[in-house]
Design a binder for this molecule. Structure first.
Ligand code: SAM
Length: 263
């Protein structure tokens, strides 16, 4: 189940109290701690970090940092022909579809698409995840490098736009969905530490099936759904095609070809 655990945000120093308060107000987060807090967000030197106070093992705080680790490596080494996500979304050397990522999470997939030249509007309903993502995008954009430029093509537009149908700055060619799917057995054991924290916070998106209809209504050309290889189709609906990678598959629902007009 998606959890809406109470997660307070705290400032690492007096100088950041106002900035922390602004984040609390923007995402509807509390500023007071309690003895029962499972998670806390800390804003320190401009970096927002999620701490899991009751984690079963020692864990580093969760931070969205597009300049670090796998994300940075991937951004600089992504090759169009090797990315299953690019094939599924329909990115080519000449055509960079505009994308709405309806389940943005920590923005990793959106970052790959933006790195390939797509403009991506991001929607994330979990306020803590949205706050972390917003902070990561803000910090990355300060750098005038490839990664900063990539993050300029990513706009976090809100939390429930798929259902309200409003807030978009551009009609999307493609809607991309990657809802949480309950992990089982072997899959669970393989989940990396930062993802364990993310899963503990967000839970599984048990209402994920409701995303497909509004996504199909919004997309001009296609909807792409990322699923674990063993998962059933979203909303039980068979896609028009599938692109498979090692751990996942991308189910592609085609409304019309990229070269067909709307009428
Ligand atoms: C598996 S994660 C997405 C990971 C993301 N693709 C990435 O690369 O970082 C799924 C996310 O979708 C969000 N989500 C689920 N249903 C949503 C909805 N109806 N609207 C917006 N976000 C939603 C969850 O809160 C969660 O953060």
């Amino acid at each position: 189940m998606t959890t809406t655990a109470r997660v307070p945000i705290l400032a690492g120093s007096d100088a950041e109290t106002v900035a922390a308060q602004a984040i609390a107000e923007r995402w509807g987060l509390p500023s007071e701690t309690t003895d029962n807090d499972v998670f806390q967000l800390w804003l320190t030197n401009g970096v927002l970090a999620l701490h899991w106070l009751q984690s079963p093992q020692k864990m580093s705080p969760l931070v969205v940092d597009f300049h670090q680790g796998k994300a940075a490596y991937r951004a600089q080494n992504t090759q169009l022909k090797n990315e299953a996500i690019a094939k599924a979304v329909g990115v080519t050397g000449q055509f960079k579809p505009s994308v709405v990522d309806g389940t943005a999470g920590l923005g990793r997939d959106a970052f790959v698409l933006a790195g390939l030249g797509c403009n991506v509007q991001l929607i994330e309903r979990h306020p803590v995840v949205a706050a972390l993502l917003d902070n990561g995008l803000h910090r990355a954009r300060q750098e005038g490098d490839f990664i900063g430029d990539t993050c300029q093509r990513m706009q976090l537009i809100g939390t429930d736009n798929l259902f309200t149908g409003s807030g978009y700055t551009q009609e999307p060619d493609v809607v991309y969905l990657d809802p949480m799917y309950p992990k089982t057995g072997k899959q669970k054991a393989q989940v990396k530490k930062d993802m364990q924290m993310f899963q503990q916070l967000v839970g599984s998106d048990e209402d994920a099936d409701t995303l497909l209809e509004p996504a199909l209504a919004l997309a001009k050309y296609r909807v792409v759904v990322k699923r674990p290889n063993s998962a059933p189709f979203l909303a039980g609906r068979e896609p028009n095609s599938q692109i498979k990678s090692k751990k996942h598959r991308f189910d592609v629902y085609i409304k019309r070809g990229f070269h067909e007009s709307a009428n």
